[in-house]
Design a protein around this ligand. Structure first.
Ligand code: UDP
Ligand code: MG
Length: 314
């Protein structure tokens, strides 16, 4: 394994019930790769498809030496299917692309040129999303803005997984042991020189989106919980507010008692309620804070990632 030279480029695409687009995808990617210097491979992962996807992939692997067809045991979902392809691919540079031709493979030479100028990641940023429903575009807009506010990582807006990354970035990505993988966020988190590349997202030529609302929601929850412990800390904020309200009632009941203006018992009960409720939420918040730390720790991400070392006989 180790003495086989790496191909210069790997194209990695997850495929789930994509028999309608795959022949065209293979043709167009093949043409693009013909025009590129250096060797290449196309790693296609069949994510437990129920249509003719696997037959097309397996045939392609026989007729085209560049094609590596991988078949998962069952449907694992987009991000894990992609992870499987990324762990298997061997190229020096890796193009992540959807199999449905929404991201045009013809943009590869321009992305390569940006990487020649020193980028570690060239990510596609959608200028336009043709042929997608208003709901899809609106939910995507809300999602990217929400996650932008809740996390410290700069996760680029309106960028999918369509991107070209270096082997160095890929090795770090694959080594990250977390189980819930929000790949575009993880790549952003890795850092390095990340360069946007504006493009128009095309409509699907065939088939339909494999992201129904249910999967989209799960994707959003994965994304937020993988990159933010803000929800866990929310109890803390609520606790401070309730404690403040309780304290205000407490002061009010003392003052009222002094001037004998309140219903007997009312203000003091409200004060006790507010203070107790506040304490409870604060305690929950504290538990949340520790749980959040524990969660961060359990993700086992690297503490730092070195880009270069110069000197010291390296
Ligand atoms: N996909 C997958 N497994 C799934 C769902 C989707 O491998 O469970 C693949 C799909 O074949 C496509 C890519 O992930 O290549 C993106 O999916 P889709 O086009 O349905 O998402 P959308 O573009 O609508 O967000
Ligand atoms: Mg798509």
């Amino acid at each position: 394994m180790t003495d086989v030279p790496r191909p210069a480029l790997s194209v990695v695409a997850p495929c789930f019930n994509e028999e309608g687009v795959l022949p065209e995808f293979l043709r167009r990617v093949g043409l693009v790769l013909d025009g590129i210097a250096g060797s290449s491979e196309i790693v296609l992962v069949d994510d437990g498809s129920r249509d003719g996807t696997w037959r097309i992939l397996a045939d392609a692997a026989v007729t085209d030496k560049r094609v590596v067809a991988v078949r998962l045991m069952r449907n694992h979902g987009h991000q894990l299917a992609l992870t499987a392809g990324l762990s298997i691919c061997r190229g020096e540079r890796i193009l992540i692309i959807d199999a449905d031709l929404q991201d045009p493979p013809e943009l590869l030479p321009d992305m390569m040129a940006l990487m020649d100028q020193g980028a570690d990641v060239v990510y596609g940023q959608r200028r336009q999303r043709e042929g997608e429903t208003l709901f899809k575009r609106a939910s995507a807009a809300v999602f990217y803005r929400l996650i932008g506010r809740m996390t410290d990582v700069e996760i680029p807006r309106d960028a999918g997984d369509f991107r070209l990354i270096t082997r160095h970035v890929l090795d770090i990505l694959v080594a990250m042991p977390e189980r819930h993988r929000f790949i575009r966020g993880m790549v952003a988190w890795i850092g390095g020189r990340q360069v946007p590349f504006a493009y128009d997202r095309k409509p699907r030529p065939a088939g339909e989106s494999k992201y129904p609302l249910r999967k989209m929601m799960r994707f959003a929850v994965d994304a937020i919980t993988a990159f933010s412990i803000v929800p866990l800390m929310a109890a803390m904020t609520i606790g401070w507010i309730m404690a403040a309200v309780g304290f205000a009632f407490f002061v009010y009941s003392i003052v009222g008692w002094w001037f004998r203006e309140t219903l007997p018992g009312w203000a003091s009960i409200m004060a006790a309620l507010g203070l107790l409720g506040g304490m409870q939420f604060l305690m929950l918040g504290i538990i949340g804070a520790y749980l959040g730390r524990l969660y961060d720790q359990s993700k086992g991400r690297p503490l730092f990632m070195i880009r270069d070392i110069v000197g010291g006989g390296s």
